[in-house]
Design a protein around this ligand. Structure first.
Ligand SMILES: Cc1cc2nc3c(=O)[nH]c(=O)nc-3n(C[C@H](O)[C@H](O)[C@H](O)COP(=O)(O)OP(=O)(O)OC[C@H]3O[C@@H](n4cnc5c(N)ncnc54)[C@H](O)[C@@H]3O)c2cc1C
Length: 271
């Protein structure tokens, strides 16, 4: 790109929307970066779809220094207070849909068509839940397909359910759900990976059935989940279970889609 092309690229964005730094993401990482940018008196801009990120979901945080425990909502309230009242930084609630590079900078585009430029972009977009990607999953979300057991468990009290996953979140979910559901099926591709103490707790529960070595093929239901079909990986044999809730706890993936054309990504990235 020659000098005039560079000027042309820059002039597509008005002066007021050009920054030294754009921070994408308003979770703990992005908010911390914003406070530092403000302290350094940088001309910086924060763009985020929400304030708090995953922390909002944390009902009880026990490893934040200075607090014996604090709820995610309260902690984020304090972060927000620090950003808005003590270390103010220009910001916008919006979803970034593209980050493009040009020599000397980046152009950031938001869903509603906003365009901003900066010499540097700090990506703090955190993680997204992994999904199964099977038929029925998306269509029946919140109608029997859930990604959290804490609040949604009450919606399936008295009904048989399945939990997909074998890590700590999945097994803690199975344990919690076993108190209110007659039968809980735990479906995992292989051996459980949860902490041994959690595994022992779940193994001792009479109403939990472990289906190890199985993959979910489909989630059934018209208005709500009415069952699911699984396949035993070793033999290919398929079975169906009449569960009314499917709790998917198969982990998180780094959300790096925005920069997939700018940097090489490793195998941890694909969803
Ligand atoms: C239920 C639960 C309990 C937890 N409990 C604890 C705990 O007790 N202790 C602990 O240390 N950790 C805990 N965690 C983990 C902790 O919340 C995360 O490690 C932390 O939130 C990661 O911060 P982050 O800023 O990197 O990303 P995130 O919190 O994921 O924030 C990402 C931000 O980026 C924004 N964003 C994403 N894509 C875009 C886009 N395209 N455009 C604009 N904005 C975008 C999101 O809106 C969000 O604001 C818990 C997580 C969960 C889900």
């Amino acid at each position: 790109m020659n000098k005039s092309e560079l000027e042309e690229q820059r002039s597509t964005v008005p002066e007021r929307d050009r920054y030294d730094l754009i921070i994408i993401g308003g979770g703990p990482a992005g908010l911390t970066a914003a406070v530092y940018a403000s302290l350094f008196r940088m001309r910086a801009f924060l763009i985020t779809t929400n304030i708090g990120g995953q922390t909002v979901e944390g009902s009880k945080i026990e490893n934040y220094m200075g607090y014996e425990f604090i709820s995610g909502g309260e902690l984020i309230g304090r972060f927000q207070d620090q950003l808005l009242h003590h270390n103010y930084l220009d910001h916008r609630m919006a979803e970034v849909t593209a980050v493009q590079s040009f020599p000397g900078g980046f152009t950031v585009t938001t869903q509603e068509g906003g365009r901003y430029q900066a010499q540097a972009v700090l990506i703090a977009t955190g993680m997204r839940r992994r999904v199964l990607g099977v038929p029925g999953e998306e269509r029946l979300q919140r109608r029997g397909v859930f990604y959290q057991h804490v609040e949604e468990g009450a919606l399936v009290a008295g009904l048989d359910v399945a939990v997909v996953g074998g890590g700590n979140s999945a097994l803690q979910g199975a344990s919690d759900l076993s108190r209110q559901c007659p039968r809980v099926y735990v479906i995992s591709l292989g051996d459980w990976t949860a902490d041994v103490a959690v595994q022992e707790e779940v193994k001792a529960l009479d109403n939990v059935t472990a289906l190890r070595g199985y993959t979910v093929q489909e989630i059934h239901g018209e208005q709500r989940v009415s069952g699911l079909r699984v396949k035993y990986l070793k033999s290919g044999e398929e079975r169906s279970y009449d569960v009314k809730g499917v709790f998917i706890e198969i982990g998180w993936r780094p959300y790096a889609d925005l920069i997939s054309t700018l940097v090489d990504l490793n195998s941890e990235q694909p969803g």
